[in-house]
Design a protein around this ligand. Structure first.
Ligand SMILES: C[S@@+](CC[C@H](N)C(=O)[O-])C[C@H]1O[C@@H](n2cnc3c(N)ncnc32)[C@H](O)[C@@H]1O
Length: 216
């Protein structure tokens, strides 16, 4: 088991209730940014305990959620019991268990700091999205990463840091462009408690654009 999966297995039981401004801001941002996607077929990647899956299941025609930590998915399944949301275990760095062109919207929150190479993620998002489909990403802002911030939680007296990789803004934009995405919006977000601090989160909305020439 990877260190990342082991850490999230340990965090799963208290992820929703720990004091965590980043999680709370991400939840508010996602609701504000995606409220218009009613009726979409939504693929959520790295769903965790289903904090955002609940909202997505409320607006989407269909929601499928992937994650590689069983304990996190267990929490999400409990939260989404009685809805049509489907969960599957998958490592996002490998091919996703989804058919091509099955989704109108791919949603990814607070996950990519744990994935070193962004290219396979953008490539798979491009494969599963319909023409003109959108890829929404909300992540810890690299400005915060430059200060050493990363996903952490407390167990007893020990602060547990989850392995993380810094992705500069240009890395997101380059990976997206290489995979055939066009940027539709880039926004920076502060929690009301952040005062004069650097932005806590960055969100991107990319549009997948099919190649102009598909056959000769
Ligand atoms: C900080 S949690 C975010 C969960 C949820 N998206 C949210 O916003 O609350 C990060 C999640 O990413 C998942 N994750 C990290 N790396 C992954 C990978 N390579 N494949 C699948 N899931 C991964 C972890 O298991 C964890 O559930």
């Amino acid at each position: 088991m990877s260190d990342i999966r082991r850490a999230y297995s340990a965090w799963a039981a208290t992820y929703d209730t720990d004091n965590n401004l980043t999680r709370d801001l991400d939840q508010a941002v996602t609701r504000a940014e995606l409220a218009g996607y009613t009726g979409a077929r939504i693929l959520e990647i790295g769903c965790g305990t289903g904090k955002n899956t609940v909202f997505l299941a409320g607006i989407g025609a269909r929601v499928v959620a992937l994650d590689f930590t069983a304990a996190m998915i267990r929490e999400a399944r409990r939260k989404l019991a009685g809805t049509s949301a489907l969960f599957a275990s998958a490592d996002l760095t490998r091919p996703w268990p989804c058919a091509a062109r099955c989704a109108d919207l791919v949603v990814c929150n607070l996950v990519l700091e744990h994935i070193e190479d962004l290219a396979p993620v953008f490539s798979e998002a491009g494969r599963v999205l319909t023409d003109g489909g959108r890829f929404f990403i909300c992540e810890l802002h690299p400005f915060r990463q430059y200060e050493g911030k990363k996903a952490t939680f407390q167990r007893g007296q020990t602060q547990i840091e989850i392995p993380a990789f810094v992705h500069h803004i240009s890395a997101f934009l380059d990976a997206a462009e290489s995979a055939g995405f066009a940027l539709r919006s880039l926004r920076e977000w502060w929690h009301e408690a952040d005062q004069a601090a650097p932005p806590r989160l960055v969100s991107f909305l990319f549009e997948w654009q099919p190649p102009l020439i598909t056959d000769l």
